[in-house]
Design a protein around this ligand. Structure first.
Ligand SMILES: [Zn+2]
Length: 150
């Protein structure tokens, strides 16, 4: 499994994480789902949780969810998944993330340590829904640099 994310969008997710630090940021990822998941647009979402616990939990409200679905449909794009940051925590999904994940969507997590963007990972629910499987984040749309001229 893999997801294509351009260096510009990779950087934009990190910047959102830095803007929100020490709280979690979250946002939606729009793009195409076939032949492979490719993110082409990001939508920043307000973290809907109360300020006291927004540093370790994120929540996408039903209203946000409907809004990004509408925006995706209007742009003829798919809702590919969601991203959020882990301030001063590794880019590994928490139990909360697992409990609130929906099938098929990609969940990108960026670690933000002391206000600087760090490791970024992407996860999808396993078929059992009991755990996540990690996806490889591909830095470019289409063929990678090692395929050029092949
Ligand atoms: Zn999380």
């Amino acid at each position: 499994m893999r997801i294509h994310l351009s260096p510009e969008l990779h950087r934009a997710i990190g910047e959102h994480g830095v803007d929100a630090y020490p709280h979690e940021c979250c946002g939606a990822m729009l793009g195409t789902s076939a032949p492979e998941k490719t993110v082409t647009r990001l939508i920043r979402l307000d973290n809907a949780r109360s300020p006291e616990d927004s540093h370790n939990r994120f929540l996408v409200t039903d209203r946000d969810y409907r809004r990004v679905e509408r925006e995706a449909a209007a742009a003829d794009l798919d809702l590919v998944g969601f991203y959020h940051s882990h301030p001063d925590h590794p880019a590994r999904p928490s139990q909360y993330d697992l409990d609130h994940a929906m099938p098929w969507f990609s969940y990108v997590i960026v670690a933000v340590a002391e206000g600087r963007p760090g490791e970024m990972t992407s996860w999808v629910l396993a078929e059992s829904r009991a755990r996540f499987e990690e996806e490889t984040i591909m830095p470019k749309n289409g063929s990678g640099p090692d395929e050029e001229g092949a």
